[in-house]
Design a protein around this ligand. Structure first.
Ligand code: F6P
Length: 323
């Protein structure tokens, strides 16, 4: 009898619930027992594990957040923490685990597999879309739709008052949300972690727009390491461009909430089921993703270690269309 456990870890992402549902129902379809681990790796260490059935995941497909809750566990970084986690799984006779999360969660999964050999499949669940081995991560599409909804509203008021707005979006190390929000939101400029732009460049670009009688402008800024970075940038730009009113919006965690889009629901459902099928087929220490609409398994090592650079075509489109 197979016994599969599932947890969500790291920053939550819309669609995680749809994925949990797919893991649970997929496991039941294959006549495996399925267990939900609460609070990510922290709950695994504290033995917060419950048997799940088909009804445990009723009516969650459309909900944001994660019914299993999530955490960034410091204790799982220690050997002692991982030992406790393994003992809890062993006591229940768990034969495989599905970890829904981002690169930090996969790093933990890889170390755990190397130490104890428990088969693990990672499912990419993060709004950042910064994981190699999948075209899109669960939550990214919803997050971008949330930023676009906000930018559309900001445009209305920016237009009425002829102002420059700096809109900060999430993405600590990755500019996927920023570039897609900038293109979809018709921004004049985008500041990305991957492509260092100087304040002077932003100023020149905005001045150029003003010379061509642009009445208002949107600048999308990826948060980088410091949430609130857009505030600092706006202040510096404001000292140079004095004849325009400048305002800043930090969208923050609003991007992590809300009902998943159809794209995220489908992606999450496919990946959750594929993770279970992967475990049953004997895959281990891998992440499941979708590339060119096909399910693909990638070693966790590559999913964590390899870069997924921004599509240069998007950067080019942004430059041309923001003229
Ligand atoms: O990794 C997802 C993410 O939303 C990043 O975009 C962001 O920088 C970070 O999580 C925020 O983390 P926390 O929820 O711990 O503030």
């Amino acid at each position: 009898m197979k016994k599969i456990a599932v947890l969500t870890s790291g920053g939550d992402a819309p669609g995680m619930n749809a994925c949990i549902r797919a893991v649970v129902r997929g496991a039941i379809y294959y006549e495996a027992e399925v267990y939900g681990i609460y609070q990510g790796y922290a709950g695994l260490i504290n033995n917060e594990i419950e048997r799940m059935n088909s009804f445990s995941v009723s009516n969650i497909l459309q909900r944001g957040g994660t019914i299993l809750k999530s955490s960034r566990s410091e204790e799982f970084r220690t050997k002692e923490g991982r030992q406790k986690a393994y003992e809890n799984l062993q006591n229940l006779g768990i034969t495989g685990m599905v970890v829904i999360g981002g690169d930090g969660s996969f790093t933990g999964a890889k170390i755990f597999y190397e130490e104890y050999g428990l088969p693990i499949i990672g499912v990419p669940g993060t709004i950042d879309n910064d994981i190699y081995g999948t075209d899109k991560t669960i939550g990214f599409d919803t997050a971008v739709n949330t930023t676009l909804d906000a930018i559309d509203k900001i445009r209305d008021t920016a237009d009425s008052h002829g102002r420059i707005f700096f809109v900060e979006v999430m993405g600590r190390d990755s500019g996927y949300i920023a570039i897609q929000s900038a293109i979809g939101g018709g921004a004049e400029s985008v500041i990305l972690p991957e492509k260092e732009a100087t304040t002077q460049e932003v100023i020149e670009h905005l001045r150029d727009g003003l010379r061509r009688d642009k009445s208002f402008s949107i600048v999308v800024v990826a948060e980088k390491d410091t949430p609130g970075y857009a505030v600092q940038l706006a202040r510096e730009v404001g000292e140079a461009i004095t004849k325009k009113d400048i305002r800043v919006i930090v969208l923050g965690h609003i991007q992590r909430g809300g009902a998943p889009t159809s794209t995220d629901r489908t992606l999450a459902s496919r990946l959750g089921l594929a993770a279970v099928e992967g475990l049953i087929d004997g895959h281990k220490n891998k992440m499941v993703g979708v590339i060119n609409d096909k399910i693909v398994f990638t070693p966790l090592e590559d999913a964590i270690g390899k870069d997924k650079p921004l599509n240069p075509e998007l950067l080019r489109a942004m430059k041309i269309l923001s003229l």
